[in-house]
Design a protein around this ligand. Structure first.
Ligand SMILES: Cc1cc2nc3c(=O)[nH]c(=O)nc-3n(C[C@H](O)[C@H](O)[C@H](O)COP(=O)(O)O)c2cc1C
Length: 167
């Protein structure tokens, strides 16, 4: 039998994860008292058929229970939208964000891209829950992407000559 290894410390895990660069999203949904959202960088694309995406939601977050049972929208932020990332992480007070008009699921105004989902499956993720959404609508615009690495926000310049044929 292999010996039990001591689990890595949260600090060691964080140090590794800080070196993994991601984009930044705000996941929006209809709260009890109006549109709500939470900043999340655990977003990933999962499947094309059916079209599925995933976010990992902290059990202690206010949005946790609500994202399990209602449609939500993943708003992928543009480089100039860093203030929204702070705001929806609860780190900074700010003016009421601008919301897109006439949507059934609350969506931010003018995200770099957006992916609207209905809940599909959830899985135990320790102190998080993995929420898979089935994509029901989406859209995008031109612009640079907001990034997160080394525990800092940054930017990835828009490009039209990537390697999308490899994936
Ligand atoms: C860059 C960044 C990424 C984050 N990613 C996640 C995430 O993937 N999942 C999560 O549950 N919280 C994440 N958070 C923390 C939430 O944004 C934060 O806890 C927020 O206050 C949750 O809002 P709520 O409690 O109103 O639902 C992230 C915060 C930052 C700044």
């Amino acid at each position: 039998m292999s010996p039990m290894l001591a689990p890595p410390s949260p600090a060691a895990l964080r140090a590794c994860m800080a070196r993994f660069a991601t984009g930044v999203t705000v996941v929006t949904y209809a709260g009890e008292d109006g549109p709500r959202g939470a900043t999340m960088n655990s977003f990933t694309s999962v499947s094309a058929k059916p079209p599925l995406v995933l976010v990992s939601v902290a059990r202690r977050a206010r949005c946790h229970d609500q994202l399990l049972d209602r449609p939500f929208c993943v708003n992928i932020l543009g480089a100039e939208q860093e203030p929204l990332a702070w705001q929806f992480a609860g780190a900074r007070e700010a003016a009421e964000p601008r919301w897109a008009d006439g949507t059934s699921v609350p969506r931010l105004a003018n995200p770099l891209a957006w992916v609207e989902c209905e809940p599909w499956r959830t899985y135990d993720g320790g102190d998080h829950t993995l929420v898979l959404g089935r994509v029901t609508d989406l859209g995008h615009r031109d612009g640079d992407a907001l990034t997160y690495a080394w525990s800092r926000f940054g930017a990835a310049t828009e490009s039209t000559d990537g390697f999308e044929y490899l994936i």
